[in-house]
Design a protein around this ligand. Sequence first.
Ligand code: AAO
Length: 511
Amino acid sequence: MKFFLLLLAVGFCWAQYSPHTESGRTSIVHLFEWRWADIALECERYLAPKGFGGVQVSPPNENAVINNPSRPWWERYQPVSYKICTRSGNENEFKDMVTRCNNVGVRIYVDAVINHMSGSGVSAGTSSTCGSYFDPGSRDFPAVPYSGWDFNDGKCKTESGEIENYQDATQVRDCRLVGLVDLALGKDYVRSKIAEYLNNLIDIGVAGFRIDASKHMWPGDIKAILDTLNNLNTRWFSEGSRAFIYQEVIDLGGEPITGSEYFGNGRVTEFKYGAKLGTVLRKWNGEKMSYLNNWGEGWGFVPSDRALVFVDNHDNQRGHGAGGASILTFFDARLYKMGVGFMLAHPYGFTRVMSSYRWDRNFVNGQDANDWIGPPNNDGVIKEVTINPDTTCGNGWVCEHRWRQIRNMVAFRNVVDGQPFTNWWDNGSNQVAFGRGNKGFIVFNNDDWSLSVTLQTGLPAGTYCDVISGDKSDGNCTGIKIYVSSDGKANFSISNSAEDPFIAIHADSKL
Ligand code: AAO
């Protein structure tokens, strides 16, 4: 009996760390600012067939409409109510997306903005995505409803009411983040309104949540809300399943608040991951790929089973949030593909791929003056994601997740799931290789000279298609072929001027 209870407790505790993806699907993609109708189609036409596990969607609840600047992407981080009603679509469209994605085995994770409501600088009125009245100045959000009692103004001890110093954990939690009015999550009423919102989403069928601005909430307050959440919808999830939780805590070191304080609630975003990987691939500060042999906890990251990892996110790809200039994005496509390839090949963490839209950068004193630009739109209405004949996206959508190299590495990760990190090799510089048991092998050349080497792959003998330079198609390779001999060794040549200076082979790319 005791053992049974222990098993139950372990099962229960683990639940919020599991993404509830279908077995054999190991990555999710952030379809930043997409419309629900386009995501539903993408699940059916692309994500399910290509083995993606799920989608992180932009905040679905009603937000302030900001017109100066004109409809920035960040208006969605200024909640007005918990009505599911945004530029991405209404509640029916949201439900249709969740149903259709779940039906093809692709999960939906909601970006939950629960730390605050719209900014104190925004004027009163009905400039909101569903027309609800709100007045941040008087803390009046009747569509929830929240009033002055529901905010932390009395609790915050800084003179400005703003977070003034990240070295003081109390003000980081009790004061306003960039003017956004700070909800009193210590109050039962506020907790219950947030739980009502999240439970509505759970009942619709979402699999979990990114908890925005978690650093700015006390871990115990988040826990109090999570404890009152419903189990996931049994139409798609097994009885007793708990929502997958990953908390946005920016912990690059040097501040009193750490990611580990939040482990009791779920996973945390590991921001060191993209910042360091960018530094290594850019070869800044004398970093080299050979140093990656102990990548993961060895680099001071949170434990693998507590980490949500990514090369870039919607903030740091445009200089918001943290990570700094080292962050790799689609703007540096060649290095970016290597970075995402490395992430997807390496066993550490649960992986999220970024999918962006294009904007014209305009650097003024090292800062992008266009960092606010919203998604492709016609007079504010988000444009459809169109698909070109070559399977890439049109209308200004970048769709990194459809780039062959990235899409094929998502499949690589699925194939090598559960396999150990093996057969590391490096040249002491920026040429490295490693395997995943007897299922996959990857080789990188980020040096300024060519690579030509025979390596132990750990794979069974045979001819394999490199999934970076091409695909396996009709029993042949459209790109490079790699011949693994009966002793598991293979010869690799990668020119430093190759379009993509890396090669990846796996069990399913064998001819
Ligand atoms: C907008 C306007 C503001 C205006 C406000 C209210 O831009 O001027 O005052 O409306 O009217 C997004 C945008 C914001 C936008 C907001 C609301 O990014 O620009 O404000 O929507 O519309 C902190 C938080 C983190 C947050 C990040 C952006 O900790 O939670 O800032 N990310 C999430 C979302 C994000 C969203 C919000 C939260 C709000 O992903 O999209 O904001 O819902 C340090 C701290 C970090 C802190 C950064 C930036 O980082 O550690 O915790 O992130 O500062 O303030 C080195 C350090 C590193 C440091 C970094 C930057 O790298 O190592 O630790 O420098 O100083």
